[in-house]
Design a protein around this ligand. Structure first.
Ligand SMILES: *Cc1c(COP(=O)(O)O)cnc(C)c1O
Length: 363
């Protein structure tokens, strides 16, 4: 069977060379005589894998030495609770910007824990069709941190640049845009991301945390959520998600071999431009997101007719263009065009969109 173009928001496409490499060493890894899945996480073979994964990610993202890289479990959603519990003791209060569903969930989780948290900005009243503008004066000067979701997977929005908030640590959910382009890690206190959008299969959560922020954890918080404990144990306080870390390593290697994040960005810019330029050139489909907030990874569009939207997703699927249905909470269509989606996949999508518009005139 042929591989399809999979536009799923996550878990999502992985680069074919990565899957092939993994397949080639699935049964016997190197000289070990066993699969990575069967290895002790304390074995020299596995130590090399996790150390390489970290070294490659540091190189790829140009992560400064005063940041720890943690390979954890629980998904980005677990970090919604881990973030406040690890940082609140810095000042006792925290601020949030709510730009979509996931940042809303992060805010609610901190509220649920009983902390003094404040939503300083939201675009809820505009159906999250853009991200809020954030300036330093909006953030409480004594906030322990400001939390944002950098790329909003469901709505297809992204902050056009990293908000400047002075010395207040910026904590950002980068689940759906991590390693899609270079980011200046030093502008963040904490970056976290579930791996299953742009990095690896599900099961791995990446946390990149500035060292001085490891000292504010709640005394009574669960050990498994404590970044400091994980940092002191090289992400091996308990068994890490071994195989997923190995897959992430292969993905990092794939990007490094093609030239790193500048090259990756160039490819992603071209793919997104192809789709957005088409959307802007016609009026059959509407892209609901304001141009200033467009995501390079998740592109949303609608026909304006729910039945046509449904037909679009179903016919596209038959044509080998999978998972184009929008998130269940917003409807319409969404094309997730992460690193692993080739340019040809977006070309095929645009060609399909043209045909569909021609063959299904609106009443
Ligand atoms: C998918 C996603 C999440 C949820 O991730 P899980 O790993 O399923 O918990 C959170 N934030 C963003 C931005 C996402 O795209």
């Amino acid at each position: 069977m042929n591989r399809v173009y999979n536009f799923s928001a996550g878990p999502s496409m992985l680069p074919l060379p990565v899957l092939e490499k993994a397949a080639s060493e699935l049964v016997c890894y190197g000289e070990s005589g066993m699969s990575v899945m069967e290895m002790s996480h304390r074995s020299p073979d596995y130590e090399a894998i996790i150390n390489d994964a970290e070294a490659m990610l540091r190189k790829l993202m140009n992560i400064p030495d005063n940041y720890k890289v943690l390979f954890l479990q629980g998904g980005a959603s677990t970090q919604f609770a881990a973030v406040p519990q690890n940082l609140i003791n810095r000042t006792g209060k925290a601020d949030y910007a709510v730009s979509g569903q996931f940042s809303g969930k992060a805010f609610k989780e901190a509220q649920k824990l009983g902390y003094d948290v404040k939503c300083i900005a939201t675009t809820k009243d505009d159906n999250f069709d853009h991200v809020p503008k954030i300036t330093k004066d909006m953030v409480r000067p004594d906030a322990a941190y400001l939390h944002i979701c950098y790329n909003n997977t469901i709505y297809g929005t992204k902050y056009p640049e990293v908000p400047e908030i002075g010395d207040i640590p910026l904590v950002a959910d980068l689940s759906s845009c991590i390693i899609s382009e270079p980011v200046d890690v030093s502008k963040f206190g904490v970056i976290y991301a579930g791996a299953q959008k742009n990095m690896a299969p599900a099961g791995l959560t990446l946390v990149i945390v500035r060292e001085d922020l490891l000292n504010y954890a709640e005394e009574k918080m669960p050990t498994m959520l404590e970044w400091k404990t994980m940092a002191e144990n090289g992400s091996m306080y308990n068994t890490p998600p071994c195989y997923t870390i190995y897959m992430a390593k292969l993905v990092y290697e794939w990007i490094l071999e093609m030239g790193g994040l500048e090259v990756m960005k160039e490819k992603n810019v071209k793919k997104a431009a192809l789709l957005y330029d088409y959307l802007d050139s016609q009026d059959y489909y509407v892209a609901p997101v304001k141009k200033c907030s467009r995501s390079m990874m998740n592109v949303t569009f609608v026909t304006g007719d729910a039945d046509l939207d449904k037909k679009f997703a179903s016919e596209a699927s038959k044509a080998g263009l999978k998972n184009l249905k929008g998130h269940r909470s917003v409807g319409g269509m969404r094309a997730s065009i992460y690193n692993a989606m080739p340019y040809e996949g977006v070309e095929a999508l645009v060609a399909f969109m043209k045909d569909f518009a021609k063959n299904n005139p609106k009443a």
